[in-house]
Design a protein around this ligand. Structure first.
Ligand SMILES: Nc1ncnc2c1ncn2[C@@H]1O[C@H](COP(=O)(O)OP(=O)(O)OP(=O)(O)O)[C@@H](O)[C@H]1O
Ligand SMILES: [Mg+2]
Length: 196
């Protein structure tokens, strides 16, 4: 039995995800979390976060005809973070990738979920073969309420929340265009037991 989380419940019921109370503070922007994180960084298994995310959105990805390839490094050092929040990160990035793929209308839809240790960090990459991120809006995609999914009801809050979570654990996120023609979101988190 999976542990209950509001995110799991919303995905199951296909209703919008709630924001955590800190995201709803009067500061309005989730980015204020960067300065004063209320979350404790604990040892987390990033591979397990990927698995947990797939338990939540795997069937949806499948229903949308997306092939998911897992490139997980075994014996990954633990990341310093929060397992539920890291799962939330993977879910948001995977759903964005799925939505980007849906918009292409292509048959060969692919998402790669990769983990590895790199330069004293633990790295997660979510890669897709959609269209990538154009220069016109690359600088804005992490801004709260920036969305290109107006018609589909996007709120433009997924990536700011992801960025805030990653920053709260002293990590970093960047977006790159990849050799499949799509986007790669690369998340780096401090690894526990390694002098960062
Ligand atoms: N994998 C991707 N490929 C191409 N563009 C992307 C990808 N992921 C995000 N984007 C762009 O970044 C924008 C912001 O993403 P974000 O997750 O913050 O909001 P949203 O998905 O539009 O809405 P919400 O997540 O609140 O439902 C998207 O509208 C889209 O234009
Ligand atoms: Mg989104």
């Amino acid at each position: 039995m999976l542990p209950y989380t509001p995110i799991r419940e919303c995905v199951k019921r296909n209703v919008p995800m709630p924001l955590s109370p800190c995201h709803l503070s009067s500061e309005t922007s989730p980015c204020h979390l960067k300065s004063d994180s209320p979350w404790q960084a604990l040892q987390c298994d990033l591979n397990r976060a990927v698995e947990g995310a797939l338990e939540v959105v795997g069937s949806q990805l499948n229903a949308h005809g997306v092939r998911v390839d897992l490139l997980r490094e075994d014996s990954l050092p633990p990341a310093l973070g929060d397992s539920v929040r890291l799962e939330e990160v993977v879910i948001n990035l995977a759903v964005n990738a799925m939505q980007a793929l849906d918009r292409t209308g292509k048959e060969d839809k692919r998402i790669v979920l990769a983990t590895r240790a790199e330069n004293k960090k633990v790295v997660l990459e979510v890669r897709d073969n959609a269209t990538g991120v154009t220069d016109t809006y690359r600088d804005r995609i992490f801004d709260p309420f920036f969305t290109t999914k107006g018609a589909e009801g996007g709120m433009g809050l997924g990536l700011p929340i992801v960025e805030a979570i990653v920053a709260a654990f002293k990590g970093n996120i960047v977006v790159l265009n990849n050799e499949m023609g799509g986007a790669t979101f690369k998340v780096e988190l401090p690894a526990d037991g390694i002098n960062n």
